[in-house]
Design a protein. Structure first.
Length: 283
């Protein structure tokens, strides 16, 4: 018998994500993958999956899933309310869904992205070695829609912790940033970054966290298009930085003042509009 789940309601946005497809920039393909990979890894461990298994990334929760076969699920990311067949349940621990049971995921009080793992993982076909949805290039599965039916892989026995306390998203982020390669385009780049203060714009998405606040003073003009990596902080002529996230373009023509430490990108990926951001430059 096939193991499946039905996405009864997606909420604002629901995407299939694993740990992405790095190493394809020469093909013009961004890495994609979960914006908060630690939360996806945790959810997979709780249900017995390998950390690389595909789950579902939910923007602001609000989803409803029906199990078409018995399975174990876990919901991670910022804390949120859950219901299984109308009964309250807790996030950050394994939960059993019997065949026909429905899981409703609420909206988190803080943070942006909720992660749902299901025992066996979401078993859609891989493209370039990954099951991740890439919103920029269109590679991978389409964004999920109401009533989509998703196949599941073969489950394993969970071996992780039974319960893991959730972490609330921070209201102020202090982000380490390694200067370069184009910091020479800015007057005293280190001081500008250290003294500046920004907030996350409502124009942010999986391509990049757009910041608004202190204007970074840079020389006029553009550079020839060059390769970009995840975490690059690009500064357009208006002086407002953009931190490239998982679905970023692989080339760009604005100077990169620095690169955000990879381990801190997940905090930007969970930052709601209005979250305060400061940089801590590393020479």
């Amino acid at each position: 018998m096939n193991r499946e789940i039905t996405i009864v309601r997606t909420g604002p946005q629901a995407l299939i994500q694993d740990l992405g497809r790095p190493g394809n920039a020469h093909l013009g393909v961004p890495p994609s993958g979960a914006v908060d990979p630690d939360s996806l890894k945790l959810a997979n461990r709780l249900v017995g999956n390998d950390e690389t298994a595909a789950g579902i990334e939910l923007l602001l929760g609000g989803a409803e899933i029906t199990a078409d076969a018995s399975c174990t699920v876990a919901v991670t990311g910022p804390p949120t309310t859950l219901q299984i067949d109308g009964r309250a349940a807790d996030s950050h621990q394994p939960l059993h869904l019997a065949k026909g049971s429905t899981l409703k995921i609420g909206t988190p009080d803080t943070g942006l992205r909720i992660y749902l793992a299901v025992s066996g993982g979401i078993d859609v076909p891989k493209e370039l070695g990954s099951r991740s949805t890439d919103l920029l290039s269109g590679i991978g599965p389409d964004p999920l829609r109401d009533n989509d039916v998703l196949p599941l892989g073969t489950p394993n026995v969970p071996t992780g912790a039974d319960v893991v306390p959730p972490h609330r998203a921070l209201q102020t982020l202090v982000i380490p940033i390694l200067l370069g390669p184009r910091d020479d385009w800015f007057d005293d780049a280190e001081t500008q970054l250290r003294q500046g203060e920004w907030s996350v714009s409502d124009r942010s998405n999986r391509v990049g966290a757009r910041l608004q606040g202190t204007k970074l003073n840079r020389r006029d003009g553009e550079i020839p298009s060059e390769g970009m990596i995840t975490g690059a902080v690009q500064v357009p002529p208006d002086g407002q930085p953009v931190v490239f996230l998982n679905d970023h373009p692989t080339t760009g023509g604005y100077p990169v003042i620095g690169v955000v430490d990879r381990d801190h990108l997940r905090f930007l990926g969970q930052a709601r509009p209005g979250t305060c951001v400061r940089f801590r430059p590393i020479s």
